[in-house]
Design a protein around this ligand. Structure first.
Ligand SMILES: [Zn+2]
Ligand SMILES: [Zn+2]
Length: 637
């Protein structure tokens, strides 16, 4: 539990010495003999304009130093200010000593901060609290806890909620659950769990660690009259980050019943809660709330909404939201571009990019180019992709990163230019990562190039031996090429490493509820009807020419059993359920937590044709929009 407590924290060791090292260092001619221009130029480096700097007028000088400290951007500026404090001021003046400590910590100079803290006479509780807060903000949990323990063992000092909030926040950012639990125990012992601010911080902490029950327990223990806006926002956020949209909406309703009005934080959490689920109606409802609460002018919220519509397969709605933003910023432009990329709308992405860069003056950065190249790749626009890959550094001075190389490998590979893709990877200025090799492997699988595919898969397995997807891809490739013994070797290797895939599950929204299905699922109340519908649909599409592809099944079982397993994949069950309950005029939206298999992809294509429905399936890689027997991905994903 106390693994982080070993951080060194030297206190007061220097007090016996009349000359303290940091003071000595700062009193050296180097620091003290500044001519005024040097000093003012350094202050202006800290992005502030000073009209007069006079060492003779006490107050303006102190406030100048305080302002300079606030905007200080380097340790050297901090040290210069420190030197002037030693020369002309007292550390207690305007709490400048405490602020110097915070500033050293902000600049990452822990040693300077600790030495100064030791040297400072008359430290009070505020000084100690600002040290804890400084360590917390700079992510140094070990030091933060050391100071906390020192304060705790001091009989005179009485810790307050600010101390606890700082330490809890350090535990959250370092994901230190044991330490967080310890701090909670201390708060209990000291009676600080009645401070609503401390409880809010704990609610948030347990939520971030995934201990939702503890968060709820603490939240419920806050008396109704003391629950603040922050308390409600914390519990909504806890539900959102833990994938519990229903609970997030319930808390939101309760919050409103209790007379609280949603703000930016509430909305962002609720929108995030919908992100991984097909919650079209809830998103529409939120859209309404955003307008009625007057939050539609908030670019962050509206951009999150735009993103969400796009993730739900509703790019047109994203476009409408975008048009309603009065002053779109770079984040909004990038989100719209990402939408085009995700939906494989390469041409529109290029048009949009050209327009916002040339007419609206957007300066593209590496994220912009990742989306643009990925849009080119998803639409097979080789020439365009190569052009933008070249001009991104030549014209826009954005150096290509790994993401851009993986987009290019994907783009070339998708069009069958496997050798070009391989050449690009070999000549990359840095080590290719799994994204780059994964793109090549995907291309080799589609274009059935075993040799190159093997090289890509071996590199992937070397990079991450624990990821079962790489073994599955390699084994599938061998099976597809009829190399059964090689395929079985890979599977044996995978079994020996005890690697299993995440269980696949699919989500579909109906009647204001999300319905979740796993493979061979019979748990749904309507499961009898759903399976009957699935059998009926499978029969219909087979009559229309559908051929099952059992290569996607990895288990060593005979063909008949394989057939049975593959027809019960979660997305097929979700699809049957969707057909059973949804309105024929609306697209059927399904979200899958893994990549869709070849057989389910084919099934969706046939179903879209036979049932005359638009089906949208979002898997981990991209969107598939099926209609009239075709998929928007062009069978490449
Ligand atoms: Zn499948
Ligand atoms: Zn597709």
């Amino acid at each position: 539990m106390f693994r982080l407590f070993h951080a060194t924290f030297k206190t007061c060791m220097l007090l016996q010495h009349p000359l303290k090292p940091l003071t000595l260092k700062l009193l050296s001619p180097l620091f003290l003999h500044f001519s005024p221009p040097t000093f003012s130029s350094l202050l202006s480096q800290s992005s502030l304009q000073f009209h007069s700097i006079s060492t003779h007028h006490y107050d303006p000088f102190l406030s100048t130093l305080l302002l300079a400290l606030k905007s200080s951007s380097s340790v050297s500026i901090c040290r210069i200010i420190h030197a002037h404090v030693i020369k002309s001021l007292d550390y207690r003046d305007g709490f400048i000593g405490d602020q110097l400590v915070s500033c050293y910590l902000k600049m990452g100079s822990t040693q300077d901060a600790l030495l100064l803290f030791d040297e400072m006479p008359n430290k009070d509780f505020v000084s100690w609290n600002s040290l804890v807060s400084g360590f917390s903000k700079s992510g140094q949990l070990g030091y933060c806890l050391s100071v906390f323990c020192k304060m705790k063992s001091d009989s005179v000092m009485k810790l307050n909620e600010l101390t606890f909030i700082s330490v809890i926040s350090a535990c959250v950012s370092e994901k230190a659950s044991d330490e967080g639990y310890y701090v909670h125990c201390c708060a209990l012992k000291m009676g600080l769990v009645f401070e609503v601010k401390v409880v809010n911080a704990l609610v948030n902490m347990y939520g971030k660690f995934g201990f939702v029950e503890s968060s709820f327990k603490l939240f419920c223990e806050i008396p109704e009259s003391e629950k603040s806006m922050v308390s409600w926002n914390s519990i909504v956020a806890v539900c959102a980050i833990n994938g519990m949209p229903d609970e997030a909406f319930n808390c939101f309703d309760m919050m409103r019943v209790n007379g609280f009005f949603p703000d930016e934080a509430t909305m962002v959490s609720l929108l995030q809660a919908c992100e991984n689920f097909p919650l079209g109606r809830s998103v529409e409802a939120l859209h309404g709330v955003i307008f009625t609460c007057g939050l539609d002018g908030n670019v962050t919220i509206v951009t999150t909404l735009l993103n969400l519509y796009s993730k739900l397969g509703r790019l047109n709605d994203s476009g409408k939201v975008f048009l309603e933003i009065s002053k779109p910023d770079k984040v909004a432009w990038t989100a719209m571009l990402a939408g085009y990329a995700m939906h494989g709308r390469g041409k529109e992405a290029i048009e949009f990019f050209e327009r916002v860069v040339k007419e609206e003056g957007m300066e593209p950065d590496h994220v912009t180019f990742t989306h643009l190249l990925s849009a080119c790749s998803h639409s097979g626009l080789v020439m365009e992709g190569k052009y933008y890959f070249k001009i991104m550094s030549d014209v826009y001075k954005v150096q290509p990163r790994l993401d851009h190389y993986s987009c290019m490998a994907d783009l070339l590979g998708r069009c069958g230019l496997l050798d070009d893709a391989h050449e690009l990877i070999k000549n990359m200025p840095f080590e290719p990562n799994s994204g780059v090799w994964g793109a090549l492997l995907g291309a080799c699988r589609v274009h059935r190039n075993i040799d190159l595919g093997k090289e890509a898969a071996e590199n992937l397995i070397a990079l991450d031996p624990s990821d079962p997807r790489n073994y599955i891809m390699l084994s599938n490739m061998y099976s597809a090429a009829g190399l059964w013994s090689d395929a079985s070797k890979v599977r044996t290797l995978m079994k020996a490493k005890v690697l299993t895939r995440n269980p696949g599950c699919s989500f579909i929204e109906h009647g204001n509820k999300i319905h979740r299905f796993v493979v061979d699922d019979y748990t749904h109340p309507d499961s009898h009807r759903i399976h009957k519908k699935l059998e009926e649909v499978m029969r219909k599409i087979q009559e229309a020419g559908f051929m099952p592809e059992t290569e996607s099944v990895l288990h060593d079982v005979n063909e008949e059993v394989k057939m049975d397993m593959i027809t019960k994949h979660s997305e097929k069950i979700a699809l049957a359920y969707g057909l059973l309950v949804s309105n024929a005029d609306l697209p059927l939206v399904i979200i899958k937590n893994l990549r869709i298999c070849r057989d389910c992809h084919n099934t969706a294509k046939f179903v879209s044709m036979v049932e005359k429905r638009t089906i949208v399936i979002r898997d981990t890689k991209r969107f598939h929009q099926f209609s009239d027997g075709l998929c928007s991905c062009g069978d490449y994903w």
